[in-house]
Design a protein around this ligand. Structure first.
Ligand SMILES: [Cu+2]
Length: 284
């Protein structure tokens, strides 16, 4: 009987805390991810900030939160781009995040949602939008410091093969990782020894590999220099039975995939994450 008189006030106190909050203690909220600041409009090619908050009753660590965005509204959240700042790493929530979004080069509407991966669960906001206006007459497109850093190495180091959108360029290791692409167009040796080397380009939107089919010779080690046009949460390839999973494909980086085809026929080059496929043809 005594315990009831202890338990009841505790339950009431707990309920008050949950629904109203006590001073100095975190207040549970219903909107776990919410956009808190975004301009209503932007100028073509201009960079602007979007701020969002990610809440949680307890302080925990998450590994991904981002603004996903693109020129089309997306029910299925397959936006072609997302902000990189908090896309990979370790971030404490509750917290507020701000990332830079670059407006497209053509006027229109930019659609976006904030996303967070919280304890293996995907949490998204409703879709919102920013109107993208043409540049005022006589003005030049503003270029931020960040973009200059990105563009300069591209012009100096990247051969035409890569064709990577500027917004997707990574900030690091451009020289080391992109330099080998110059050799990817060299045809494979015809002698049945050595290595046959090919470039393989992946585009997530639409899901495709180039070339398709990719034709290789039986019994000669294959070296694929794989590039991708898009950043994704999960972005690797498999070529069964030889390659179960590659390293993560990152725009601007060449991922090397090596194997020796020991049977002829058609095999799937498969994107892990989106599931689209290309064909690897092994011939005599
Ligand atoms: Cu995301």
């Amino acid at each position: 009987m005594k315990t009831i008189w202890i338990a009841i006030p505790l339950i009431i106190a707990g309920a008050v805390w949950y629904f109203l909050g006590f001073p100095g203690l975190p207040t549970p909220t219903t909107e776990i991810v919410a956009v808190t600041s975004v301009p209503t409009s932007a100028i073509v090619g201009e960079s602007f900030n979007i701020t969002w908050q990610v809440d949680n009753p307890q302080s925990i660590t998450i590994t991904h939160t981002a603004i996903h965005y693109g020129p089309q509204p997306k029910e299925d959240i397959s936006y072609p781009d997302f902000t990189e700042e908090f896309a990979q790493g370790s971030f404490t929530i509750p917290n507020t995040f701000t990332a830079v979004v670059r407006a497209p080069d053509t006027p229109g509407t930019l659609f976006f949602r904030a996303h967070a991966l919280i304890e293996e669960e995907d949490v998204w906001t409703e879709e919102a939008s920013v109107e993208i206006h043409p540049a005022p007459l006589g003005s030049t497109t503003p270029v931020s410091d960040d973009e200059q850093k990105l563009v300069q190495p591209t012009e100096q180091e990247v051969p035409p093969v890569t064709n990577i959108p500027e917004a997707d360029m990574p900030l690091i290791n451009l020289e080391q990782e992109i330099a080998p692409v110059t050799e990817t167009d060299i045809p494979p040796p015809s002698a049945p020894s050595g290595t046959q080397e090919f470039s393989l380009e992946q585009s997530v939107y639409p899901g495709s590999f180039t070339p398709d089919p990719l034709i290789v010779k039986l019994g000669i080690p294959v070296k694929l220099l794989v590039t991708t046009l898009h950043r994704e949460h999960v972005n690797r390839i498999s070529i069964l039975p030889w390659v179960t999973t590659s390293d993560t494909l990152v725009p601007g980086k060449v991922t090397i995939v090596e194997f020796t085809p020991d049977q002829t026929g058609d095999f799937n080059i498969r994107n892990i994450g989106h599931g689209f496929e290309g064909v690897l043809k092994v011939t005599n």
